[in-house]
Design a protein around this ligand. Structure first.
Ligand SMILES: Cc1cc2nc3c(=O)[nH]c(=O)nc-3n(C[C@H](O)[C@H](O)[C@H](O)COP(=O)(O)O)c2cc1C
Length: 178
């Protein structure tokens, strides 16, 4: 598939159908996340793979914008204590958060390959998420990714604005070729 087409298909999905996501596909999504770069190359990022409908329901209840009726979720979190010990404050507050975004995008791209859709969710009550999933206090919830098969009746993607690009120097316009 031409890469622009892959990216068009990669937009957030906010409505899934009833199909369960196969275990092998969830494992491939986590594999894709694990291939994302990590600042300092320190293993401070971890994943909670949630495919029990009861827990997914509880997560939705504490995530007001968890719009998607996802069948599974991957919660990406960072061990802040380990991140600070190995990479200092910048590693804890910035590098590890960028890492989580890179991992989330790898998941979104792999999802296209697997015929799945994803929904990124950041606005959740983090303490409640930790309590539901038994995540220790020293972890930061970076992002929750809802996963499922896209419903045919889903609303169109929200995106559509052109990128603001500068050429060599801030303020010098870059004319995109298409
Ligand atoms: C860090 C991050 C957090 C996000 N959190 C939410 C969220 O809490 N709820 C939500 O509905 N979408 C969330 N999104 C998805 C964006 O709103 C979405 O990418 C944007 O609206 C573009 O929509 P589209 O991909 O469908 O075109 C988040 C995206 C990112 C990158």
């Amino acid at each position: 598939m031409e890469f622009r087409e892959v990216l068009k298909k990669r937009s957030m999905c906010r409505n899934f159908d009833g199909r369960k996501v196969e275990r092998e596909k969830l494992e491939l999504l986590v594999y894709a996340a694990s291939r994302a770069p990590q600042g300092g190359n320190e293993p401070v990022r971890e994943y909670i793979l949630v495919d029990d409908a009861r827990y997914v329901k509880m997560l939705r209840a504490v995530s007001p914008s968890f719009l998607a009726n996802a069948k599974a979720t991957i919660v990406i979190c960072t061990d802040l204590k380990k991140a600070e010990e190995t990479m200092g404050k910048q590693g804890r507050d910035i590098l590890s958060l960028l890492d989580a975004g890179a991992a989330a995008e790898n998941i979104a791209l792999m999802a296209v390959e697997l015929g799945l859709g994803v929904s990124f969710v950041r606005s959740s009550t983090d303490e409640a998420v930790k309590s539901i999933l038994g995540i220790p206090a020293r972890y930061r919830i970076d992002i929750i990714i809802g996963i499922g098969y896209k419903s045919r009746n889903r609303p169109p993607p929200i995106k559509g604005f052109p990128p603001k690009v500068h050429h060599n120097m801030y303020g010098v316009g870059w004319e995109t070729s298409n």
